[in-house]
Write a new protein. Structure first.
Length: 336
């Protein structure tokens, strides 16, 4: 049994936030943000809009793009760092709102690597014969966890959602468009403090003490994370290439986690892949964490960059630390 991508959907909340707008509120400038990150705009949900709302929009579009009805989906996996509530998971609510019926539905928390963790897990369910059509969603509302006073994180992250439908396929021909060929997952909990929300979990419950205001928000050691991101994504990508039997020259499109344009350029350089093969949309959406890879795929596909059968290498990195890579051939689909 193999798995293949048959549908792709995405959704951005309408409110577009410019570097100029943020520079009026924080000690930063449009020039600093663009030159250090490549980001020009990001989208933020309006108060009252939650991750599950964005996930449901993107999920519905992916199901439709795959030519399926909600009844055809038998598992939903949602990757997010910003669930609607600490408890329960957001996935069952999204499944219910999409009319999927009483299917299995659960969240995966691997921060910015979350979508590829979810995709690899969906693949494993299919190969094990446990599912036929899996809806894999990455959705985030980082605007709800960013410290309004912290210029080092506030300018970087955006909200959004993207989703793929992965289906079971008996035909093993790797060249058949859409086939998922190999995965690689990894972590290093020894460096968990590089990306964190210190308070609000069981180690520092907000009910048991009064943590400093800043510790309730997302925090990141940017420079150390930058180095780890390039190193871990390139190591993981090389492992997945070896499992696929591709060399770097075979890769038509490199879709890295959209954290920073300098990270994406460095990743291509480390892998010896020409920079023009790297997909970049961080300039318009910022770092959308678990939504980053499917949003990058959707935007590149909308621009007509992919042809059916193209060899696509996905690589992600995030808090945990976690990292993940996936190799697939591009499907013959119309993203919605
Ligand atoms: O999604 C999970 C993975 N996340 C990432 O991969 C993010 C990885 N890190 C990065 O993308 C970059 O490290 C950042 C964009 C976060 C920061 O860029 P940098 O070039 O690494 O800057 P830096 O952190 O080394 O800071 C350089 C200077 C500092 O000032 P001093 O100490 O040199 O005086 C910062 O305080 O820039 C300052 N700075 C800012 N200045 C203006 C930090 N943020 C800002 C800002 N505006 N928004």
């Amino acid at each position: 049994m193999h798995s293949a991508v048959i549908g792709l959907g995405s959704f951005l909340p309408p409110r577009r936030v410019t570097n100029e707008e943020l520079s009026a509120l924080l000690d930063t400038s449009p020039e600093w943000i663009e030159s250090r990150t490549g980001i020009r705009t990001r989208h933020w949900a309006t108060p009252g809009t939650a991750t599950g709302d964005l996930a449901a929009e993107a999920g519905a579009r992916a199901v439709k793009s795959g030519g399926l009805s909600p009844d055809d989906i038998d598992l939903l996996i949602l990757a997010t760092t910003t669930p609607d509530h600490p408890c329960p998971a957001t996935a069952p609510d999204v499944a219910s709102r999409l009319g999927l019926g009483p299917v299995a539905a659960y969240d995966i928390s691997a921060v910015c690597s979350g979508f590829l963790y979810a995709l690899a897990t969906a693949h494993a369910h299919i190969v094990a014969g446990q599912a036929t059509n899996v809806l894999v969603v990455g959705a985030e509302t980082y605007s709800t966890i960013l410290n309004p006073q912290d210029r080092t994180t506030r300018v970087i992250f955006g909200d959004g959602a993207g989703a793929l439908v992965l289906t079971a396929r008996q035909d093993a021909r790797a060249s058949r468009p859409g086939t998922l060929l190999a995965t690689d997952l990894g972590s290093d909990g020894g460096q968990k403090d590089l990306i964190r929300i210190p308070a609000g979990g069981s180690r520092r419950p907000t009910t048991a003490e009064d943590p400093p205001e800043a510790d309730r928000y997302f925090q990141m050691e940017g420079r150390a994370v930058f180095r780890q991101a390039v190193l871990r994504m390139s190591e993981s990508a090389r492992r997945v290439l070896a499992r696929t039997g591709w060399i770097t020259a075979d890769v038509d499109h490199l879709v890295g986690h959209q954290a920073n344009v300098r990270i994406l350029t460095a990743l291509a350089d480390h892998l010896d892949i020409p920079a023009k093969r790297a997909v970049i949309n961080v300039d318009r959406v910022g770092n959308t964490s678990a939504a980053s890879i499917p949003l990058a795929l959707a935007h590149a596909a909308e621009q007509g960059r992919f042809a059916p059968g193209d060899r696509v290498l996905l690589a992600a990195f995030g808090g945990g630390l976690t990292w993940a890579s996936v190799a697939l051939t591009w499907p013959d689909i119309t993203p919605l």
